[in-house]
Design a binder for this molecule. Sequence first.
Ligand code: ATP
Ligand code: MG
Length: 607
Amino acid sequence: MADSEPKASIRMDTVPGASARVHNFIRHIIDADLKTGKYAVRQWSGQPGPGEQQKVGAGDAPQEVPLRDTAKIRTRFPPEPNGYLHFGHAKSICLNFGLAQDYAGACHLRFDDTNPEKEEQEYVDSIIDAVHWLGFDWRFGEETNQYFASNYFQWMYDFAEKLIEAGHAYVDSQSAEEMRASRGTLTEAGKNSPFRTRTPAENLDLFRRMRAGEFADGTHILRAKIDMASGNINLRDPAIYRIRHATHHNTGDAWCIYPMYTYAHPIEDALENITHSICTLEFEDQRPFYDWLLARLAELGCINTPPPQQIEFSRLNLSYVVLSKRKLIHLVEEKHVDGWDDPRLPTLVGARRRGFTPEAFRRFNEMNGVTKSDSWIDISVLEECQREHLNETAPRRIAVLDPLKLIIDNYPEDQEEECLAPNHPQKPDWGKRVVPFSKELWIEREDFMEVPSKGYFRLFPGNSVRLRYGFVIKCLDCDKDAVGNISAVHCEYMPDSKSGTPGSDNYKVKGNIHWVSARHAHAGEIRLYDRLFAVAAPGAEGRDFIADLNPDSKRVISAQLEASLQNAAAEDRFQFERHGYFVADRIDSRPGAPVFNRSVTLKDGWK
Ligand code: ATP
Ligand code: MG
């Protein structure tokens, strides 16, 4: 078997520990933490919660032995359920779940739904599906580890009261403009708010009244009390709670104040006993606040220790696509594509419909490694990963995409016979299948030229080619319709030339073309997808990104398909010989009538 494996198909995803060989600086941090035992003393009740809840032995029945967290590390993937996941999210998913797998840890799926703006069940469901589709799961032993950040609102509120009592937070009643004006600039310190000297008692009273709904949106805000002169603007008394009279999808009208993301996120991590909180580089400037907040909450006994640490990596930038939710929404809403799962979109639902494989996504992310420097990756790298995996896993079939009738004049009308075609050229153990042969066949229109161009060695009058897995034929002439278009090609076949029979090698021909028997083939819809954008950086240099759309990104054709394809089930993947990799569409295919999407061509045609 080993020699029959194509060279290109190194199955990284099946090689244990293979990922460790690829550059990933986060592994060095984790290795060091495991060596020093930094998180080894953490306690964990099995449920997210504040510090005291994690201490087994607290309360009436103290136990001698604290319950240690058996997860060596804890990471999380924290999407906001306000859209469909895209290829950028796949990087974060592969990274967080992959690290947990490799280090005998847990990775939580946390819906970051602290923003009362609309969040929908549809998105929650699609995110769960997408992470599962990529091959990951959030269970760890008995733990389910699927969480909603909005379930932590009460703890977040309680911690805010603790911060106020300790003098670490105050209620500011300046207008938004006043606050902006006193924030300072990169080179200039900010100015203290006149409300900064409010006593903890005053602040607590105001904060409780904010929570009770006494004030309108924007009239007061809770701020951390740090340093208005800090060189890092994020430490100049950042806002941590705002008034927002809005209904939340989970908590309804229970709250009219909501935590800011920068306050909520570190607390979510701490409540869940996360060890390594991995995020994209734009949060680097927030790390000092992340650390400040968790240090104060640890001092106050609110959270488990040691607190989680934030680690930033560079996000995935991919050529020929857009990876911003805002732009993706625009494409869908303005109907430039056929919905979120349009196979041309860089969404995971789109990729699935396109026939991309989760294995190839994981391989792609392993290959790229994880760094702190921003870089662009060409989409052809992802396509090549897909091609490699599909080459290895997709059975071969025959489809004629632009059919032209071929008539074998010396083959009897009522005769037919069987030819044998291998299911995979490098995998003899996959066997062969029968492809029927008869007098009338379909071939590709481009495989015939009445007047051949230089170097053309397929069919033209007087020339011979091999019908792949069948006979050698010699071209005689062609028929034309009333307007002069070629309607059929005539040829004669050599009965002693059948592939696999003795003597078939006696014929030396240059061309080798594919075909299906007209009597046995069936017509089927095929969608030929290409890149959605015609340029590598859509919307660069001030252009409207819509102007960069590729007008030929989708073409629907009717092809002639090998009989066995009629039974293809949704999501079955094939290589159509000479054409590329195709998948039976999971939405539009019907029993006995699959519709095929082209996943990727056989070669990169963009160079
Ligand atoms: P977008 O910027 O497209 O709106 P987002 O980051 O706001 O995406 P979230 O739902 O908050 O969307 O993302 C969930 C996680 O996915 C975050 O931890 C985020 O860092 C990560 N993520 C998003 N885009 C990328 C990317 N291009 N590369 C790597 N990770 C990403
Ligand atoms: Mg976000």
